[in-house]
Design a binder for this molecule. Structure first.
Ligand SMILES: Cc1cc2nc3c(=O)[nH]c(=O)nc-3n(C[C@H](O)[C@H](O)[C@H](O)COP(=O)(O)O)c2cc1C
Length: 337
């Protein structure tokens, strides 16, 4: 059942239009610096994120697992992550928690030296009974350095078979966050300020904002027969807005949702992200080969380097000081602060 759903999600995201109608990264403009600070080739892109050293500030964000095709995708993504020295999250591991036979569709990534491996389970499952045992199993499955807890209530509310329970969730997560390195993650609708304060106080180690701009899970569920999918297609907090409202929290932030290129990535760094998370644009390449994934990511790296160079900074570390202006719809969001 979950296995079929996973395949359906992959097919829909690969073949259909599932993207938000507005990409808010287009509303962020970086300030040009006439005389760059350092040589282009000396721009430093390596980072230390959650104690792990990455060559580039990029995490391949959570997508899949739980199906034979997903195993191929995860292997291609892991090979690419190894070769480039970047982080990778697997998709929700619920399928393997419920059916041990599917574990290898996730654990395949341990064949590769991925410098930061992130597991993934959904918050709604914790409201329904998951706890320490499931986190431990999921982390062991991929020898994880950290664990995403994804908040996908938009998707669950629209999905015909969705899990929409939330009571008891916060108390449970408070206990778990003390003992496991948890990352709070959205799936395309953005992390709010109120939620982020809970995550910080509970002891979560990082936040993956995954805001509106790219993949819309309301859209995905629309194709699966979710009646309200079209109405809620663009629901959520814009990705750059979510970063903006969380940047003074003093927590490591993953800037994600609709990152298409290295310019978007540089904008996310300017808005306070420590690293960026990229999902959908890697899906089709990952269905072909790890080389296709690497090609896309190398392009992103090249563009990010140019954007940092032209902004007059020397690397990821000082890009957080970059000045930017916002326009259009994003400017309206920021006015409402
Ligand atoms: C095919 C596909 C499957 C996904 N599955 C998961 C998942 O299992 N768990 C999760 O936390 N996020 C999942 N996501 C959400 C992504 O991790 C990411 O937060 C979101 O897609 C926004 O990034 P994007 O616009 O670059 O795709 C999935 C995304 C895609 C495209």
């Amino acid at each position: 059942m979950i296995e079929d759903r996973k395949l359906e999600h992959i097919k829909i995201c690969a073949d259909k239009d599932v993207v938000a109608h507005h990409n808010y990264w287009d509303d962020v403009l970086l300030k040009h610096e006439t005389i760059p600070r350092v040589d282009l080739e000396d721009i430093r892109l390596d980072v230390n994120f959650l104690g792990r050293k990455l060559n580039y500030p990029i995490i391949i964000d959570a997508m899949t697992g739980g199906h034979r095709i997903a195993k191929v995708i995860n292997e291609n993504l892991a090979k690419a992550a190894e070769e480039l020295g970047i982080g990778m999250a697997v998709g929700s591991q619920r399928a393997a928690i419920e059916n041990k036979e599917l574990e290898d569709t996730y654990s395949i990534i341990t064949k590769y030296e991925v410098p930061l491996r992130i597991g993934n389970l959904g918050a709604p499952q914790f409201a329904l009974g998951y706890g320490e045992e499931e986190i431990r199993r999921a982390m062991e499955m991929i020898d994880a350095h950290a664990m995403d807890i994804h908040f996908n209530y938009l998707q669950e509310a629209i999905q015909p078979e969705g899990d929409t329970k939330v009571s008891g969730l916060k108390d449970k997560l408070k206990n778990l966050a003390k003992r496991y390195p948890l990352i709070a993650k959205e799936t395309g609708a953005g992390i709010s300020r109120i939620a982020s304060e809970f995550f910080k106080n509970a002891g979560f180690k990082a936040i993956d904002v995954s805001g509106v701009s790219g993949t819309s899970f309301a859209a995905v569920e629309y194709y699966r027969g979710g009646d309200e999918g079209q109405l809620f297609w663009d629901w959520g907090l814009p990705a750059p807005y979510s970063l903006h409202i969380l940047r003074d929290l003093d927590m490591p932030l993953i800037g994600s949702g609709g990152i298409r290129n290295g310019l978007d990535a540089a904008k996310a760094l300017a808005l306070g992200a420590s690293v960026v998370g990229i999902a959908r644009i890697l899906l089709k390449p990952a269905m072909k080969s790890h080389k296709d994934v690497i090609e896309v990511l190398k392009r992103v790296v090249k563009e990010m380097r140019i954007a940092i160079f032209l902004s007059g900074f020397s690397g990821v570390a000082d890009m957080k000081n970059a000045e930017y202006v916002v326009r259009g719809e994003l400017a309206l969001w920021l006015k409402r602060l």
